[in-house]
Write a protein that binds this ligand. Sequence first.
Ligand code: FAD
Length: 258
Amino acid sequence: MKVLLVYAHPEPRSLNGSLKDFSVERLESAGHVVQVSDLYAMKWKASLDANDSIERSDNARFDPSADSKHAFESGLQSEDIAREQQKLLWADAVILQFPLWWFSMPAILKGWVERVFAYGFAYGVGEHSDTRWGDRYGDGTLAGKRAMLLVTAGGWESHYGSRGINGPIDDILFPIHHGILYYPGFDVLPPFVIYRTSRMDETRYADTCEALANRLDSLWTTTPIRFRPQNAGAYEIPALTLRADIAPEQSGFAAHIG
Ligand SMILES: Cc1cc2nc3c(=O)[nH]c(=O)nc-3n(C[C@H](O)[C@H](O)[C@H](O)COP(=O)(O)OP(=O)(O)OC[C@H]3O[C@@H](n4cnc5c(N)ncnc54)[C@H](O)[C@@H]3O)c2cc1C
């Protein structure tokens, strides 16, 4: 199988750097083909702007969505964007690896998403009408592929528990899992989260690698998070709210998991 690892940490000698190297070795030794997008090493341009299209007239008003659509459809995307899209199309599974910074992904990775997940590629796909609201949340360009987050966090596991002060980790990661990965079609696997990183030592590192190895070995068999597909009848269209008879006692993020 083919795996794309999108990696966002500025220091190769970090915990994340070690875990990235471990993951690549583990996957390759199991016979998988791995590509790594090491965003800092690539000096990835994080900001979405008018320079993302080539052959653009200097004085035209920049419209982030419309320009993205035009560039994607006309083969006018900047080369770095097109190359990452090709890697996504190539991959059977995608791993996003990053340290949790301010309760989300580092800006460089957010910028990778903003630029690579272009209009026509990751959004604005499929029929949009009063009865169909595009190919997304279960359908889309990346349907049939798997995705998993590999995240390190300074906070303790209890800080991210159901009553933890930081809020539950499933809620914190929901916008990435559901809004970024499920939206263009990925089957999203439960995340691999390493908490309390400042307490890492050789013994714990070895245990962490063993647990991570199990997750990498089962990348193809792990049951994805059961997000509700948009186009299978659970949602009213065009309101895009969950039908009143489905999980009537639930609201918020959890309602979108069946
Ligand atoms: C801007 C910013 C915002 C942040 N926001 C949050 C937040 O919102 N929530 C939160 O929980 N945390 C937050 N943090 C903390 C952050 O998530 C952690 O610092 C990060 O996940 C640690 O990962 P690292 O790769 O940088 O670890 P490192 O700092 O490189 O390493 C962590 C520990 O692992 C050890 N280690 C490294 N490699 C190995 C190895 N091969 N074998 C054994 N031990 C090893 C190191 O010696 C060190 O003790 C934030 C940090 C920053 C800088």
